[in-house]
Ligand binder design. Structure first.
Ligand SMILES: *Cc1c(COP(=O)(O)O)cnc(C)c1O
Length: 464
């Protein structure tokens, strides 16, 4: 399988080179040359597979010619062996028409572990078989950094540096990142906000000389391997709903960067007959506005109870737009140039109709989010985290009669007690989280300034 850029100016390349490149060199995002499709008979056979077996089947379509099956299997076993649920992503039935797919049983209690545990193994494998030096660099508003660090801590041949905005991530997220004491991990706590961190990272990656000299690798969700790893649980969830009685199945996904929901779009393109793909967001509702009006325009940033969805520019949106425009890289490039120059993109007519066929979307405000948490705790004795609560609200808004909803639980409620406590609910913390606050923290506080951050990085990379 070969991969190409949405902007059409990168030579086609294989899976491993695609993973190493991250953002395409022409500024686009990498996509498969042709999306493989899975037949109905195959889907029927896959119903009995475990998460790990399904992962191997799906990845084989994409990696077959580069990664031997046994190597892939070892990586998959290592990635998911330490999840707290044997099913990896268990499906919890809430009532006759609603399931919650729990994606938070990995080491950092959020869905990003599913892809990043594997990505850590994969980078380590690439370092070993290719002799590549892997220096991961990224910025985080909380969950990505924690999951990426958990994915590569202590691994041979890899170093990771994560920037986070000082004092602006949740307490649990900060502790998950900074209590890691492996010497291949550097936490830079930046005086500024997430956008400041992101800006420095973008500049460093755009400096191709620096990127090449220090072997910088990305972990954000523009990396295709993350998208692909996430398609696995769409298949798993859909195929494990029992007694659907012929009812159609909708999937509701708490969304920020459009990464998770794009994995659903990919699963559907591969042949998984999902009925509605529902995008749940919060006050930062650029995606809801796009689906209802066709206008994609970053708005004012608002802090909410679901901070991992506080995003105004959804970095994976370009991948969807590419398919919407009929895989036309020239047209796509024109749209992206327009976004740059005019600050927005607009689609109308048939294209907008297609968007509305592909997705439903709802921005759920803080008030309703907390109400849903209380309601589901009271009615079903099931505690939702605030991101998942937005997903449930969107499921309620769009689920029709004779339809079944699967809502993705993207985080464990213990990770976001700041919001949960506002409902008056007192939760008990899992031991893994409760014990964090007694551990020493490792981080370097830096001013928001590129030369300072560069100096820290160079010192880290050049240390033996
Ligand atoms: C990252 C994150 C999201 C958003 O996922 P995207 O792939 O960026 O759309 C939602 N919920 C939680 C808890 C997250 O950590």
């Amino acid at each position: 399988m070969e991969y190409i850029s949405t902007r059409g100016k990168v030579e086609a390349r294989g899976f491993i080179d695609t993973v190493l490149m991250g953002l395409a060199d022409d500024g686009g995002l990498m996509v498969p040359f042709q999306i493989p499709t899975v037949s109905e008979e195959t889907l029927e056979k896959w119903k009995s597979l475990s998460f790990q077996e399904l992962f191997l089947e799906i990845f084989s379509y994409y990696t077959n010619d580069e990664i031997p099956y046994d190597d892939l299997k070892k990586m998959v076993d290592a990635s998911y062996g330490n999840f707290r649920a044997p099913e990896v992503t268990p499906l919890h039935q809430v009532n006759d028409s609603l399931y919650v797919l729990e994606l938070f049983h990995g080491p950092t209690f959020a869905f990003k572990d599913v892809a990043l545990q594997f990505m850590g193994e994969l980078y380590s494998y690439i370092a070993r078989v290719r002799g590549e030096i892997i220096h991961i660099l990224g910025a985080t508003s909380g969950d990505t950094g924690a999951a990426a660090i958990a994915g590569v801590r202590g691994k041979e041949g890899i170093k990771i540096c994560i920037l986070h905005p000082h004092g602006k991530v949740s307490k649990v997220q900060e502790l998950q990142m900074t209590t890691v004491d492996d010497s291949n991990v550097l936490n830079l706590s930046v005086e500024g906000n997430f956008d400041d961190c992101q800006k420095v990272i973008k500049e460093l990656f755009a400096d191709l000389e620096f990127k090449g000299r220090y072997h910088l690798r990305a972990i954000n969700s523009i990396n295709f391997v993350r998208i692909l790893a996430q398609t696995v649980y769409y298949f798993y969830a859909y195929l494990h709903v029992e007694n659907s009685g012929g009812r159609k199945i909708n999937i509701s996904v708490p969304s920020g960067n459009f990464g998770n929901i794009f994995s659903g779009f990919l699963a559907k393109k591969m042949g998984l007959p999902i009925n509605k793909l529902i995008i749940a967001t919060n006050e930062n509702n650029i995606l809801e506005r796009f689906v209802s009006t066709g206008e994609y325009k970053p708005g004012e940033f608002t802090s909410t109870h679901s901070p991992s969805m506080d995003i105004q520019v959804a970095s994976n949106f370009e991948r969807y737009l590419y398919y919407l425009l009929g895989e036309d890289a020239v047209k796509l490039s024109e749209y992206m140039a327009k976004l740059q120059s005019e600050g927005k993109i607009t689609v109308s007519g048939e294209l907008l109709a297609q968007v509305q066929q592909d997705f439903s979307a709802l921005g759920v405000k803080n008030g309703p989010c907390l109400e849903i948490i209380s309601k589901y705790n009271q009615t079903y004795g099931y505690l939702l985290d605030p991101h998942t609560a937005c997903g449930i609200a969107a499921y309620e808004a769009f689920s029709g009669q004779d339809e079944i909803g699967i809502t993705f639980a993207t985080a464990h409620p213990a990770k976001f007690d700041e919001a949960i406590s506002l409902t008056g609910i007192q939760q008990t913390f899992p031991a893994e989280i409760a014990s964090l606050s007694s551990l020493p923290q490792h981080m370097t506080l830096v001013v928001n300034d590129k030369p300072t951050i560069t100096r820290e990085l160079v010192g880290f990379y050049e240390a033996k």
